[in-house]
Write a protein that binds this ligand. Structure first.
Ligand code: ARG
Length: 464
């Protein structure tokens, strides 16, 4: 048996190895092809760490100056697309560190003092995700603004409200749009809450147990804008809860987007015809010349699946992992990146598309003339005259059946016909059987009366 006399390769950790990894293993274990997009966060984190090392007298001030200068060079190289990413150097961290050392020599080799890639990568992801959360919040806000804008135009435009996809009661289109405003408002709350837990500094945990150097974690946290340092070093390097929370919040955003998409698709179907979408969000068919398909909402509905998949992937990734860091965790990045990319693109497109929705109020009004949307109003009317609600319900059900047989609406019945279902009915009934009367009567906070929708819009604006 012979001891290796020289390192098996020039890898950062190759000192104890007797043979190099195969090309396949190299490709299998490397993450640089996808984690290089965290380069800016990696450099920020390294600079904060190095500044702290110098302040604490762990490295010399000249070393820090050299590191700062080297990182500036690397930044311009990457920005100019001239940086040589190398699979042999595994990941974004080692690629940058290696280049730094090539540029500035020993000072570059001192950067990793009191640190490990385990706390380094956890820091990078948190920084990256924090930025993504801020971008997503802005996009959600833009989409909310777009919804309010359209709701303002249509605060009084009547539309059938559906339950079970059957005509239920009249609502206004503005009221309907504000329901989505609320969903996205909750999404923003969830991301803000998740951001608090993203925003804690793992750096200082080193590999898993902390470090023997007299580091100042609070200083690094302040430098990087973290709210606090993580309390336990084992947890710091292994925790990915924040990534799962991010994906869970994202999955709910996509749930909401898919519901809105489904409605847009349905509304745009010629069978319904409530809206039209601008051509730039649709495509045609290569065989059927007449077609204009709502591709953007359909694709958004479809992309919901991949975001759900990423949430499941991360939950499964973390399930059963013993403390502390395991290489499994390298698999957290692609799902996270794709989740953020999908969300940001989808929200941007929707914020752009919503103001372009062409509403067809005549089609909405025509749909309201079918389906006895004011039947509940008639029942409520009888209750106000003293009839118990169950009896009122029964009387109106009989009236609806009579209308169905004759193919007419409740408002088309004569006063005598109506009175045959309940003698409590008088001439004033016709006012409440109209759509406008039905809408106006739901005059309380959260109701669909146009005056209320207008106030809801004003409140929504303030909440932005
Ligand atoms: N590329 C690795 C990751 O993404 C960095 C941490 C590697 N740590 C280690 N001990 N191999 O998780």
């Amino acid at each position: 048996m012979t001891e290796p006399t020289s390192p098996a390769s020039d890898k950062a950790w190759s000192g104890r190895f007797s043979e190099p990894v195969s090309d396949l293993v190299k490709r299998y274990t490397a993450s640089v092809l996808f984690d290089q997009r965290m380069w800016r966060q990696d450099i920020c984190g390294s600079l904060a760490h190095a500044r702290m090392l110098a302040r604490q007298g762990i490295i010399a001030a000249e070393d820090f100056a050299a590191i700062e200068q080297g990182m500036a060079t690397i930044t311009s190289e990457i920005e100019a697309g001239q940086f040589q990413w190398n699979l042999d150097d595994e990941d974004v961290h080692l690629n940058i560190e290696k280049r730094l050392t090539a540029l500035i020599g020993d000072a570059g080799k001192r950067l990793h003092t009191g640190r490990s890639r385990n706390d380094q990568v956890a820091t990078d992801i948190r920084l990256w995700l924090r930025d993504s959360v801020d971008t997503i919040d802005q996009q959600l806000r833009n989409l909310q603004t777009a919804l309010i804008g359209l709701a303002e135009i249509h605060y009084a435009t009547p539309l059938p409200g559906f339950t079970h996809l059957q005509v239920a009661q009249p609502v206004t289109f503005g009221h309907h749009l504000l329901a989505y405003f609320e969903m996205f408002a909750r999404d923003r709350e969830r991301f803000a809450d998740c951001r608090r837990r993203i925003n804690r500094l793992p750096l200082g945990a080193a590999a898993l147990a902390g470090t023997t150097f007299p580091i100042d974690r609070a200083f690094v946290a302040r430098e990087l804008g973290f709210e606090a340092v993580s309390e336990n070093s084992l947890d710091a390097v292994s925790d990915r809860d924040f990534a799962i929370e991010f994906c869970a919040a994202a999955a709910l955003v996509m749930t909401h987007i898919s519901r809105l998409s489904e409605e847009l698709i349905l509304w745009m179907s010629p069978r319904v015809g409530f809206i039209d979408l601008p051509d730039r969000f649709c495509t045609g068919s290569s065989i059927m010349p007449q077609k204009k398909n709502p591709d953007v909402p359909e694709l958004a509905r479809g992309k919901t699946g991949r975001v759900f998949g990423h949430l499941t992937a991360l939950l499964t990734l973390m399930k059963g992992q013993p403390l502390a860091y395991n290489k499994d965790n390298q698999e957290d990045k692609e799902p996270l990146f794709d989740t953020a990319d999908t969300l940001i693109d989808t929200l941007r497109i929707f914020a752009d598309m919503v103001p372009g929705i062409r509403v067809k109020p005549e089609a909405m009004a025509a749909a309201l003339r079918q389906g006895y949307a004011t039947a509940t109003d008639l029942a409520d009317y009888l209750v106000k005259k003293g009839l118990p609600f169950r009896d009122a319900h029964e009387a109106v059900a009989r009236a609806v059946r009579a209308c169905e047989n004759r193919g007419c609406d409740l408002a088309d019945l004569s006063i005598d016909e109506l009175r045959s279902f309940s003698p409590l009915i008088d001439n004033q009934v016709f006012a409440i059987l109209t759509v406008a009367g039905s809408l106006a009567a739901r005059n309380h906070i959260g109701g669909t009366a146009p005056v209320q929708v207008r106030e809801a819009i004003a409140r929504a604006r303030l909440r932005l």
